[in-house]
Design a protein around this ligand. Structure first.
Ligand code: FAD
Ligand code: EPU
Length: 347
């Protein structure tokens, strides 16, 4: 007979090395695991108004110091199809589900939409926070409702897509950090939709795979192949994906930059008056690709990825990132900002 899994559990002085993909050393005074989201209010009652940090897989945080008090991790991993319609299915997914597993599950169920987001590390609960995006798709497009415990008003809330205010690497949750503890996300996934193949690299990858009429699963396989080539595996070389966001600049400023640097890659932004420019290109041009100082460095494969070669601390990585951004500011006059959340430091 197997013992029943407790609805929640609280441990003291827990290592966070396995809970951050930079694999820097850090500790939580208390680590709260919640298996049954319905028991969250009861679990929270035991910690009173202690400072709380939610972590999923820690693939978008830099622990520059130990978190103040309690770290909360969701282990609820149910995926439930709530409603089958002629052209879409509504799926409810627990915060603790691993994102890539949801993408693979959706494809085997014949659902599409998430294929361009294959292999992004992390959990479903974290996906809405920065509106994860890759290869021309952002997750917010497919989110119908985010279910959360509102720690400010002590009530359960359901935020619809509009209330989430999704934008490039942004959402309402980023502006009210630690207020909403996301317990589940409901997705509206189409049975058929127009595949997004326009992002550079996908078409070529499909061609190289010999696929002329791709289905959603083929696009996922192409994205997986490109990502494996470009991005270091955090289990081998600690990293948090792109360390800097691509800056969004007014078109006038982009025109001036292009006069000096015609090769600077420029992408559309959320509105017509702005453009997104490549931070990776500027970092490479500033001479930082593959550079390191001790064990903190920039990946030799991708200039936007800060890496831990072994024993860098969060503070070492942050110091190196500041050098990178200062060099880009000096050369291009463009400030770049970290994408991961900094714990124990301000940018
Ligand atoms: P964490 O890093 O644990 O947390 C991130 C933030 O979300 C923190 O503020 C945390 O407090 C908050 N949070 C987490 N869970 C919850 C919850 N349940 N409720 C409330 N707040 C919560 N991102 C992209 O957008 N596109 C990419 O292509 C991409 N590629 C990556 C590649 C690599 C190799 C790596 C390491 C990272 C990449 N990322 C990418 C970043 C990262 O995968 C995403 O941001 C992911 O959503 C983080 O999930 P996580 O569970 O690890 O969140
Ligand atoms: N480039 C360089 N040098 C490099 C790498 C890239 O000059 O070392 C240039 C290339 O010219 C390329 C351009 O930068 O055309 C863009 O590169 P890439 O397609 O790799 O995309 P990115 O802008 O660097 C963004 C996201 C990634 C996402 C990819 C694919 C941000 C901050 N990053 O990276 O997301 O996977 O596009 O869509 O928006 C993440 O957020 O952690 C992440 C990995």
């Amino acid at each position: 007979m197997t013992a029943a899994v407790p609805a929640w559990s609280l441990a003291e002085n827990a290592s966070l090395r396995h809970l951050n993909t930079f694999h820097v050393p850090a500790h939580a005074k208390r680590l709260l695991h919640v298996n049954d989201a319905a028991a969250l209010p009861e679990a929270l009652a035991t910690i009173g108004d202690a400072d709380l940090l939610v972590l999923g897989s820690g693939s978008n945080v830099l622990l520059a110091a130990d978190p103040d008090d309690v770290v909360l991790v969701f282990d609820n991993r149910e995926i439930t199809a709530l409603e089958h319609r002629a052209d879409h299915t509504i799926v409810r997914v627990g915060a603790g589900v691993i994102w890539h597993e949801l993408v693979m599950w959706s494809l085997t169920e014949g659902l599409s939409g998430l294929e361009n987001l294959a292999l992004i590390p992390g959990t479903v609960g974290a996906a809405p926070i920065q509106n994860i995006g890759a290869y021309g798709v952002q997750v917010g497009e497919f989110i119908q409702t985010v279910e959360a415990w509102d720690r400010q008003d002590n009530v359960w809330v359901r935020l619809d897509q509009e209330a989430c205010r999704f934008a490039y690497r942004d959402s309402v949750f980023k502006h009210e950090l630690d207020r909403y503890l996301i317990t589940a996300v409901e997705f509206r996934l189409p049975l058929l939709h127009a595949l997004r193949l326009e992002y550079a690299g996908i078409g070529e990858e499909l061609q190289a795979m010999g696929i002329e009429q791709p289905v959603a699963a083929d696009v996922a396989n192409a994205v997986i192949a490109i990502r494996r080539r470009k991005l270091p595996d955090p289990d081998v070389l600690g990293n948090a994906g792109s360390f800097f966001k691509n800056p969004i600049l007014p078109i006038e400023q982009v025109d001036v930059l292009l006069q000096h640097y015609p090769a600077l890659p420029v992408f559309p932004a959320d509105d017509e008056r702005h453009r997104k420019v490549s931070a990776a290109w500027m970092i490479e041009a500033a001479g930082f690709k593959g550079q390191r100082d001790g064990d903190a460095g920039v990946s030799p494969n991708h200039a936007l990825v800060l890496v831990n070669h072994g024993n860098a601390t969060g503070a070492d990585l942050l110091a190196f990132a500041r050098r990178v951004s200062a060099a880009v500011l000096e050369k291009f006059g463009v400030p770049i900002e970290p994408e991961p959340r900094l714990i124990g430091a301000r940018w």
